[in-house]
Design a protein around this ligand. Structure first.
Ligand code: SF4
Ligand code: SF4
Length: 446
């Protein structure tokens, strides 16, 4: 602990009244927030600051509020919760920060404090408990809810609900548009399978399959497996793997995130894989940062450290390995939307672009502000729908201006959001994952 941190600790201990508004586990660390020198260089990279122009909704303002609560000078109350909730956790401020402030760690610790020390309204508590504690950790429950949604989507109920105006009456019209289309067959049935490499084996990798992705992105998983095997990778889909815990960690529900992390660490470190691959940047960023969930020196932290060395985004892994499969020309104009948790969370910018440029006759045009959040941000588009849609409107303006027929991204959450954006704003653009486009260039239909 640094000298100043010790002084704060001593003053907390010496004061008759509690100095800090934080208590319990996962307190934002002085060592983390003290790096902020309040220079403000992050402000113009922050989507919520750009939207509202309010210091309290900027990275610097949010860090200041965290400091004030830690010093007992601001209550951990409604105002603090509102500004922390309104943060996308997109981490664009981290990329912009010259002082190396790890903002993601700070905001997630602040949310853990809110989870422990603040009473949210009844229905909010109910919904959060259901999603984070009762649903995401349980694949069977995810499958059951997905089956119900599938009936809603395929029976005509969805069309009826949309055309009758009932969704608008209930205030659910915008949220409903963001529902993922449910697969006819779930990916759960593929757990335990091994897909052999085509030709000489260049690597053996494990595929991380996720939670919701297994009921709504099976086609993407299959395309990813085809691309990996065509490029000489044997792909194992280990059984026993579970949700990565990203949504829980981002929401401050860290006990659940820890429990999921323990399971995944055991499963993926149980095999001698060259790499563990994910096609979901949001998951990848949390999987690579499991170390943040466990105290330094604990066995779990050591495991997380080992795991981090293996964990790779599919684009990052393939760009490093080098494509060996033959690519057929795709004469099309595409633009790439960075996923925040790939670019800002994992610092991967070039790999997806490099793979796209490798496709013959494909023209890649850069979109203005491609590094700016689309508004998906995990569950943000459900909890802060209005803000999410405002960011999406801005994003679609830039996407349309490229005249690209296809928008490519590297994260299922961004795919859903951008597809909804293309539909709402009538841009007529298709939205696909990098793996799906590579799969198409390898002659497969995806
Ligand atoms: S987070 Fe970084 S960029 Fe932002 S005000 Fe603090 S030091 Fe400056
Ligand atoms: S994580 Fe994103 S929304 Fe939150 S303060 Fe940083 S830049 Fe702004």
């Amino acid at each position: 602990m640094t000298e100043r941190a010790e002084t704060i600790e001593q003053s907390r201990a010496a004061s008759p009244a509690p100095v800090s508004g934080f208590s319990g586990a996962d307190i934002p660390a002085y060592e983390d927030y003290a790096h902020c020198v309040h220079c403000g260089l992050c402000l113009n990279h922050c989507p919520t600051y750009k939207l509202w122009g309010l210091e309290a909704d900027s990275p610097r303002g949010r860090i200041r509020q965290i400091v004030l609560v830690d010093q007992g000078r601001l209550p951990l109350g409604d105002s603090f919760v509102k500004h922390i909730d309104q943060c996308l956790d997109c981490r664009a401020c981290e990329t912009a920060c010259p002082s190396g402030v790890e903002y993601g760690k700070l905001v997630e610790a602040a949310r853990a404090q809110i989870e422990q020390n603040y009473r949210r309204p009844f229905f909010s508590r109910l919904a959060r408990d259901f999603v984070f504690r009762g649903l995401l950790p349980y694949p069977r429950r995810i499958a059951a809810v997905a089956r119900l949604l599938s009936v809603y989507q395929r029976s005509g109920l969805q069309s009826l609900a949309r055309s009758s105006g009932i969704l608008r009456l209930l205030g659910l019209a915008d949220r409903e548009k963001l529902l993922p289309p449910i697969d006819r067959e779930f990916f759960f049935s593929q757990l335990g399978r091994t897909y052999p490499a085509v030709g000489a084996r260049r690597a053996q990798v494990a595929l991380f399959a996720g939670c919701v992705a297994q009921v709504s992105f099976s086609a993407l998983h299959e395309a990813t497996i085809r691309v990996l095997t065509a490029n000489g990778c044997e792909v194992v889909v280990p059984t026993g793997q579970t949700c990565c815990g990203a949504l829980a960690a981002h929401a401050g529900v860290r006990d659940v995130a820890r429990s999921l992390a323990r399971t995944n660490l055991d499963v993926f470190l149980g095999g001698d894989f060259d790499a563990v691959i994910t096609n979901a940047a949001g998951c990848g960023s949390t999987l690579k940062e499991y170390e943040h969930l466990f105290a330094a020196g604990t066995p779990e932290n050591n495991k997380a450290h080992e795991f981090r060395k293996k964990m790779r985004d599919a684009t990052e892994f393939l760009a490093d390995l080098g494509l060996s499969a033959r690519l057929t020309p795709l004469p099309m104009r595409v633009t790439y939307q960075d996923s925040c948790h790939l670019l800002h969370g994992q610092k991967v910018r070039e790999a997806p672009r490099e793979l796209l440029r490798a496709i013959p006759q494909l023209e890649l045009v850069e979109m203005a502000m491609a590094d700016y959040c689309c508004g998906s941000a995990g569950s943000y588009n459900v909890t802060e729908t209005e803000t999410s849609l405002a960011l999406l409107a801005e994003k679609m303006k830039h996407a349309r201006a490229t005249n690209a027929q296809t928008i490519v991204t590297a994260n299922p959450g961004c795919l859903l959001q951008m597809r909804a954006g293309a539909a709402i704003h009538g841009t007529g653009q298709e939205v696909v994952h990098v793996m799906e486009l590579l799969d198409r260039a390898m002659g497969k239909k995806s």
